[in-house]
Design a protein around this ligand. Structure first.
Ligand code: AMP
Length: 415
């Protein structure tokens, strides 16, 4: 019950208008603590409801003074856009002004919005510092700082910028830090900024084991494109997120699809901001059936109703498999994860199976003219789970009805 978390009526009305009925675990835990003014270190990733978990309390706590009282720093433009969307919904009945500033678009409109007055600013580090350097942003009134996806900001080399930003703010302020992973490195660099923080952990991924039907398709590496086309042509795959290992391969997959008249679009860090936004919007509104992505860009993307995740290439890190497939089967929907497996990727498969603690069924696509493929040995059945993954995302989880499960094929030996 959101009513029990200590939120004011005008925010509860916003929550209701957004259609949220029950708080997610991170919201349940973080909101009361943040409302007390305490610092938080939250280990939670996109999909857990973390955005509202930090936006709601900071809206309630910020003073009525003029100027930027709350700042959310986030690594990518897409995330900044998503956060400001949530903030706009939350402020529907409060009258507080929110905006986002990020690179890749013109300065002038952002400058004008800032001049008109902003209470909550969402920003990527580089653009924020540019605007501050030009005298368009004053951070001297900030009362609450949120560092979102801190691990990713670290990975992307933003940390010097983040430190400079921190130095532009009053030292007496509340700090809320969120990160999908909580390494010593993350805690090390921000430790001195935080004031006796409360640590909150939410399990890492959205329902991969229970809700997602996962299948492996052994295929020669040169036939992956053909196999993808075949699946898209033959099966009822509706909104498909395809992962490749590199940007170059993402573009290549898109070209293959377009040659076959399948509407797909790639999203990766070589694309301009407007190209990325158009790709995402086009995928969300159904213009494109397939979104091809690399891990780094995809991590923060929040797209609902993805029916299938296809691992065109298996990820290098087993954890990324869980992040990838967690994009499907959201909010109780069915979800399917299909993984193409070339002979070079068998050790990655073993790692993944070790992590998720289960052996994945392998299948062939009927009638596909395979040149060559290596079907993993049944020995791998002996793989021991490294750790058990349990999603406790509450409101966002949902068990799939198991009725539609297809029988797994036998997969002994090379075919
Ligand atoms: P986030 O982890 O903040 O990116 O949120 C992931 C998705 O969950 C978004 O689409 C939110 O709109 C949705 N969401 C957040 N909180 C709730 C809630 N309490 N009930 C239902 N959906 C939610």
């Amino acid at each position: 019950m959101f009513e029990k978390l200590g939120l004011e009526e005008r925010l509860l009305k916003g929550v209701k208008a957004m259609g949220y009925t029950e708080p997610t675990p991170i919201q349940e835990q973080a909101i009361p603590i943040a409302l007390e003014g305490k610092d938080i270190v939250g280990c939670a990733q996109t999909g857990t409801g973390k955005t509202a978990a930090f936006i709601l309390p900071l809206l309630q706590r910020m003073s009525r003074e003029r100027g930027i009282k709350a700042l959310v720093v986030t690594p990518t433009r897409e995330l900044a856009g998503q956060i400001v969307d949530v903030a706009r919904d939350c402020t529907k009945f409060t009258g507080q002004k929110v905006t986002a500033v990020y690179g890749g678009v013109g300065y002038q409109p952002q400058k004008e919005t800032l001049r008109r007055g902003v209470d909550l600013l969402v920003a990527t580090p580089g653009r924020l510092l540019d605007l501050q350097g030009r005298g368009d942003v004053d951070l001297s009134k900030v009362e609450v700082l949120v560092l979102d996806e801190a691990d990713r900001m670290l990975d992307m080399g933003f940390w010097p910028d983040v430190k400079r930003i921190i130095n532009l703010m009053p030292s007496k302020r509340q700090n809320l830090l969120f990160s999908a992973t909580m390494s010593h490195q993350v805690l090390g660099v921000v430790g001195s900024t935080l004031n006796n923080p409360v640590r909150i952990d939410v399990a890492p991924s959205a329902t991969p084991i229970e809700a997602i039907e996962q299948t492996v398709y052994p295929v020669g590496s040169t036939q992956k494109g053909d196999l993808l086309v075949r699946l898209l042509e033959e099966r009822d795959l509706d909104r498909v997120l395809v992962f490749t290992r590199t940007k170059h391969r993402a573009d290549r997959v898109c070209r293959t699809l377009s040659r076959k008249g399948i509407k797909g679009v790639a999203i990766h860090s070589n694309r301009t901001q407007s190209q990325r936004q158009q790709a995402l919007d086009g995928f969300k509104n159904g213009k494109y059936r397939v979104l091809v992505a690399t891990d780094i860009v995809a991590r923060g993307i929040d797209v609902d109703n993805i029916s299938h995740v296809i691992n065109f290439d298996l990820p290098n890190k087993a954890e990324d498999y869980v992040h990838r497939i967690g994009r499907t089967a959201r909010a109780g929907n069915d979800g399917y994860a299909l993984s193409f497996l070339s002979s070079e990727e068998t050790s990655s498969l073993r790692e993944i199976e070790g992590l998720i603690g289960t052996t994945l069924p392998c299948e062939d696509v009927d009638g596909f003219d395979y040149d060559y493929r290596v079907v993993p040995s049944p020995d791998r059945l002996a793989t021991k789970p490294r750790k058990k993954l349990v999603y406790n995302g509450g409101a966002l989880s949902g068990k799939r009805k198991r009725g539609r499960k297809r029988p797994a094929r036998s997969m002994a030996g090379a075919r």
